[in-house]
Write a protein that binds this ligand. Structure first.
Ligand code: ATP
Length: 520
């Protein structure tokens, strides 16, 4: 069990006068964008400092400054009371600060020990594997991390791999660790473990900057919290005293009115009328699943496929969207059987769009503009013989920008310049642009701030009312509350299918517990 509040900072480990980070009126611009706007921030030694803000608020920019990847344009920045090292002195930076990102940076085919000391042996040095394993074992033991040094990283769970990343940061000498959305990829029990470990390390003098969109985690981990909005510190103070409501109001500013705090508050939908036509009838036998997948989906219906990684839900969704060339079974789209050669482009052409979970790798073309990305799947709509109707295309992109609330200068801005949450909105615009009959969403609000979450689900809801059928793949109960009914899958087996499951039931079912009744 995680304590609801943080343990007190031990007085021996903290000297409140010696701040690790002191930033005073820092400004960082990207062209016309002011990413950090006269920002002042102090992180004291031994504290755990929460950093929250909407997508585009400036969190990643601040992290890149704190880790020596960028300099500020003006203002003051001191590290341990002195001027920071030059950007090129990576060793000096590694001793000061480490950042554990949401995406893993370990090499999966190497062992834990090899990952811990990767890049630290140079020239013709002989490596004794036995000594390396012993050193790694001692390092992991000293931080109370029960992980075998010779285990391959690919065999570790996500939570264990994260521990190795933290251990690697600490083994490099740094006692200041930035955790950038560390819980985004973790299941509930791993989140509890991480929180316990961070609190333990903090008692031993490690300083943390903890960035999260999950606001309930802030008082569990942090002493202090800073809220960023448009690159400014709009609220900071005691993380134990500032309420979530105050944090949300500070994050969203004047837009606060009417924003649903959770996706579940967002859904008040009358039951689906039985005369809505069936748009999808699927029976799929997937290699990743023991059970055959059956789904009948009506226009305007939202069905959830709930399950953690390894459950098979992602594989099933990708098969429906044509991304799995070796599939067995039958898919009928609006009464028509789809061909064996079912692939992503035929899927889009015939009415199934996919919102992938990895917007960088598979979703967007970073170097292209917002307009290009949104209209790529629907380019034919704007074709006039061999020419593109540029005016119509621009109008469409502009309408999407307004509808989705994409924060940008213009729709001609490159997608790579947008913050993560705004990229996610562009991705949604792109998936909706061919006007699909069915939209498959893979973890649509991961890494998205609380207000943008509501915007994204709101857009989907508006299209649903016009008849869009939705399949939502997720392991977040809050996101799944958006569904009319949910199938729960555990390691390739369907363990439940029902409507109106509450958060506890969903979590229990995804963890493999049998629900009291109606389990199919
Ligand atoms: N390389 C860049 N070029 C141009 N603009 C940029 C660049 N990097 C960031 N920005 C802009 O700076 C602002 C702050 O972005 P930043 O990525 O720091 O936000 P964030 O709070 O980390 O958002 P998220 O939670 O979505 O990751 C945004 O308006 C973003 O579009």
């Amino acid at each position: 069990m995680i304590p609801a509040t943080r343990p007190a900072v031990s007085s021996t480990s903290v000297n409140p006068l010696a701040a690790i980070v002191q930033i005073d009126r820092a400004v960082k611009r990207f062209g016309e964008t002011v990413a950090l706007n006269e920002l002042s921030l102090t992180i004291s030694r031994g504290e755990s400092h929460g950093l929250v803000g909407r997508n585009g608020a400036g969190k990643s920019t601040l992290v890149s400054v704190l880790t020596g990847l960028r300099t500020i344009d003006s203002g003051k920045f001191l590290v341990n009371g002195a001027a920071p090292p030059v950007l090129s002195d990576r060793n000096a930076w590694r001793e000061i600060v480490s950042c554990v990102y949401q995406h893993r940076t370990l090499v999966p085919d190497l062992s834990v020990a090899e990952n811990l000391y990767l890049g630290r042996y140079q020239g013709k040095q002989t490596i004794s594997w036995r000594a390396l394993n012993q050193k790694a074992s001692a390092e992991l033991d000293s931080w109370n991390m029960p992980i075998l040094p010779n285990a391959k990283v690919r065999d570790l769970g996500v939570g264990e791999a994260q521990m190795v990343e933290i251990a690697r940061a600490l083994s490099q000498g740094s006692r200041f660790v930035i955790l950038d959305e560390p819980t985004a990829q973790l299941i509930a029990s791993e989140i509890d473990q991480l929180i316990l470990r961070v609190n333990e390390l903090r008692k031993r003098g490690v300083t943390f900057l903890f960035i999260s969109h999950h606001l309930e985690e802030i008082p569990q981990v942090c002493d202090t919290v800073t809220v960023l909005r448009n690159g400014r510190d709009v609220l900071h103070g005691d993380a134990q005293k500032i309420t979530t409501t105050r944090i949300v109001s500070a994050m969203v500013g004047d837009e606060a009115t009417g924003i649903a705090l959770t996706a579940s508050e967002h859904v008040t939908r009358p039951p689906l009328s039985s005369d809505m036509p069936v748009v999808l009838d699927a029976q799929i036998k997937a290699a990743a699943c023991k059970d055959t997948f059956h789904l009948t989906l009506r226009a305007g219906e939202v069905v959830g496929l709930a399950g953690h990684s390894g459950s098979g839900t992602r594989h099933l969704a990708l098969t429906l969207a044509g991304h799995n060339p070796r599939w067995a079974g039958q898919i009928q789209l609006k009464g028509e059987k789809v061909p064996r050669t079912w692939n992503p482009s035929t899927a889009v052409r015939t009415g199934i769009s996919l919102l992938p979970e990895d917007r960088i790798k598979t979703g967007l073309v970073g170097g292209l503009s917002i307009e290009d990305n949104i209209t790529l799947p629907s380019l034919k709509t704007f074709s006039r013989r061999v020419l593109i109707d540029r005016k119509a295309r621009r109008k469409f992109a502009e309408a999407n920008r307004t509808d989705l609330g994409i924060a940008c200068h213009s729709v001609t801005q490159a997608v790579s310049e947008l913050s993560g949450g705004n990229q996610q909105k562009v991705l949604l615009g792109s998936a909706l642009s061919p006007n699909p009959a069915i939209l498959i969403l893979l973890h649509p609000t991961a890494g998205v701030d609380i207000a943008s979450k509501a915007t994204i689900l709101d857009i989907v809801e508006r299209r649903r009312r016009q008849g869009l059928a939705v399949i939502l793949v997720s392991d977040e109960p809050e996101e799944l509350a958006f569904c009319d009914r949910v199938q729960v899958w555990v390691r390739g087996e369907k363990v439940a299918e029902r409507s109106g499951m509450n958060e506890q039931e969903l979590v229990a079912a995804m963890e493999g517990f049998t629900l009291p009744s109606e389990t199919s």
